[in-house]
Write a protein that binds this ligand. Structure first.
Ligand SMILES: [Zn+2]
Ligand SMILES: [Zn+2]
Length: 243
């Protein structure tokens, strides 16, 4: 299973730097996790848009889903042009507007998930945990071939994250805030809490993501590593992790 970071900025994109998007691939099957602002243009450096099999959206904040409308339009046009005839499923928290938007496009349908869902998507088994965030948001675990990837999406720290991410081969944890800032009200985590999650979950490899647009990002890394897990890096667009 491979994971390609497409974008990792929190809140809004940077110049040539997209928000949340991760391309998970195994034996020719491609699953896009999140489709935030800027993802669609960066994604095309790595894959033809028609070759995405399915999409999972962790929640409906623009930095995680705003490019899905443009993606659906690309499927519509490319379907008319005969370039794609495969069914696309967009998975996300239950939402009537999203369902309507997806199902207006031929060969596309919307499937909602919740904390109890266990989805078999191509070769991947996906399970979910409800986050602490202002809108309905889920952490996502993707398992395939005895490997696991856990993506926290946006959340304040909760202890259940430790068991959800336990022994994951790759933990992609949000790290929106510098150490010392209180993230509880905004529904985000500091570098210190991301580091505690990385250490206590015993994740084999960790990426800090959903990064802030200010300060020295290396301070996030130092703060997270200080908690004990040394196998931590800052996520960057284009980064490929092969598991
Ligand atoms: Zn976000
Ligand atoms: Zn959010």
């Amino acid at each position: 299973m491979d994971c390609r970071v497409i974008g990792m900025w929190g809140g809004f994109p940077k110049k040539n730097g997209p928000c949340s998007g991760y391309l998970i691939q195994h034996e020719g099957f491609s699953l896009l996790i999140d489709c935030g602002s800027g993802v669609l243009t960066e994604l095309q450096n790595y894959i033809d848009l028609n070759d995405i099999n399915h999409v999972i959206l962790s929640h409906y904040h623009y930095d995680h889903f705003s490019d899905i409308g443009a993606y659906l339009f690309s499927r519509l046009v490319n379907t008319h042009l005969g370039r794609v005839g495969e069914e696309l499923i967009v998975y996300g928290p239950a939402d009537e507007d999203m369902k309507r938007q997806v199902e207006d496009v031929a060969y596309s349908r919307f499937t909602s998930f919740s904390e109890k869902s266990k989805l078999e998507i191509g070769p991947f088994t996906c399970t979910f945990m409800r986050n602490i965030h202002p809108v309905e948001t889920y952490s996502i675990k993707i398992e395939c071939d005895n490997k696991s990837i856990v993506f926290t999406s946006d959340t304040s720290f909760k202890h259940d994250l430790i068991s959800f991410a336990a022994n994951s081969d790759l933990l992609i944890t949000e790290c929106s805030l510098y150490e010392g800032i209180d993230g509880v009200g905004s529904g985000h985590m500091t570098s210190e809490l991301a580091g505690i999650l990385a250490y206590q979950s015993n994740a084999k490899k960790v990426l800090l993501t959903h990064l802030p647009h200010y300060g020295d990002l290396n301070d996030l890394l130092d703060s997270a590593k200080k908690q004990g897990n040394q196998n931590i890096e800052l996520a960057e667009p284009g980064m490929l992790i092969e598991l």
